[in-house]
Design a protein around this ligand. Structure first.
Ligand code: WQD
Length: 338
């Protein structure tokens, strides 16, 4: 199938491009580099060993998106094109609502015009807010988000469900990601956060390489096994493969379906620090700091539905996640910048 990856130069999009190209799909990437780098596109080409069409456009630019659809005629779209920094979304809510909703609405309008009926959406476990119980099933309550970024994911899910009701020919797959970490095993592509990282794994990597002095562990008084927060860390290549399964699912089904992409296993912050040190033979100095506002104690998936209906499950281990994160970080200490 010919697949457009909207926002495909970013962390998850770049890994997905490789996994779906490997399966024989034709890929087209569109990205405005608002949170990614042209070098990522070069490296995707190197890993795939082939060229593909790339469009430097803002997905919310309807005329340019129309021109892309007219030229490429994609049969499916994977929609990664959105802002994703939780803290920034609190400071710039209008920019987040404008960008994340506009890209989605523009894609929907142009897909309809050009008869493209398959859409995979990059959602997040953040839509569950503070869950009533773990592991979290897809049927758990959603909403109760704690920041504008999370609400954009929630709102886009609502919009896409409404679209699927109104248009019986469309197929929509909502993928709720847990905590993506790791990198492609080549070390050529990976997560390239701007400024000081907010997320745990890039922070650990930058402490290990000496760019940052010490990890602050946000709280050790949660009701978890060692008091630190527990999350479902998933290797980005496993996550990428989930999108390939979602393309097949969308092609075979109409309507809207939602899937968790997680491992179903929760690890604490200290588990991650210890695993990273052991896997890579490096030191990660840390100190205990106060809880971070908006954090929850525990969050991990019940991924049974993805296994049963998508035929997908996470295969990579915690050691793979730590080794591949470090491989990327140590080969690219400044990310994609030389
Ligand atoms: C994980 C754990 C922290 C940094 C967020 C978003 C979510 C998704 C992924 C995507 C928590 C602890 C972290 C640090 C720490 N968004 N931590 N010191 O908060 O589960 O999810 O990122 O684009 O929507 O909410 O991930 O990696 O920030 O934190 O102790 O310096 O690590 O308290 O327990 P989170 P995270």
């Amino acid at each position: 199938m010919k697949v457009l990856l909207a926002g495909g130069a970013g962390y998850i999009g770049s890994h997905t491009a490789i996994e779906i190209a490997k399966l024989g799909h034709e890929i087209v990437i569109a990205d405005d580099f608002s949170n990614s780098k042209p070098e990522a596109v070069n490296r995707i080409r190197t890993i795939i060993g082939a060229d593909f069409p790339f469009y430097e456009i803002d997905i919310a630019d309807k005329e340019k998106l129309r021109a892309l659809f007219a030229a490429e005629k994609p049969e499916a779209v994977i929609h990664f094109a959105g802002y994703k920094a939780v803290g920034e979304s609190v400071r710039k809510p209008v920019a987040y609502y404008r960008n994340n909703l506009d890209t989605t609405l523009t894609l929907l309008e142009v897909m309809k015009e050009y008869g493209c009926r398959n859409l995979i959406f990059s959602s997040s476990a953040t839509v569950y807010g503070a869950p009533d119980e773990v592991p979290i099933k897809e049927t758990a309550a959603v909403g109760r988000c704690t920041n504008p970024y999370g609400w954009t994911k929630y709102m886009i899910e609502v919009i896409l469900k409404d679209v699927a009701v109104a248009d019986p020919d469309i197929s929509v797959v909502l993928l709720r990601y847990f905590n993506p970490v790791g990198a492609h095993e080549s070390g050529l592509i990976g997560e390239d956060p701007q400024g000081i990282p907010n997320n745990l794994m890039p922070y650990i990597s930058q402490v290990a390489i000496g760019k940052l002095a010490c990890l602050s562990v946000f709280g050790n008084d949660y009701p978890t096994k060692d008091g630190t927060g527990v999350r479902d860390y998933i290797h980005v290549v496993d996550l990428a493969r989930g999108h390939a399964c979602a393309i097949d699912y969308a092609a075979a089904h109409k309507g809207v379906e939602v899937f968790n992409l997680g491992t179903s296993v929760g690890y604490s912050v200290l588990d991650m620090v210890n695993a990273f040190e052991t896997a890579n033979g490096v030191k990660v100095p840390y100190k205990i700091a106060p809880r971070r506002e908006g954090d929850i104690a525990e969050c991990f998936a019940d991924a049974t539905k993805s296994r049963e209906l998508l035929g997908w499950k996470a295969e990579k281990t915690l050691v793979d996640m730590c080794r591949d994160s470090w491989n990327w970080q140590s080969k690219n200490p400044n990310g994609y910048d030389a």
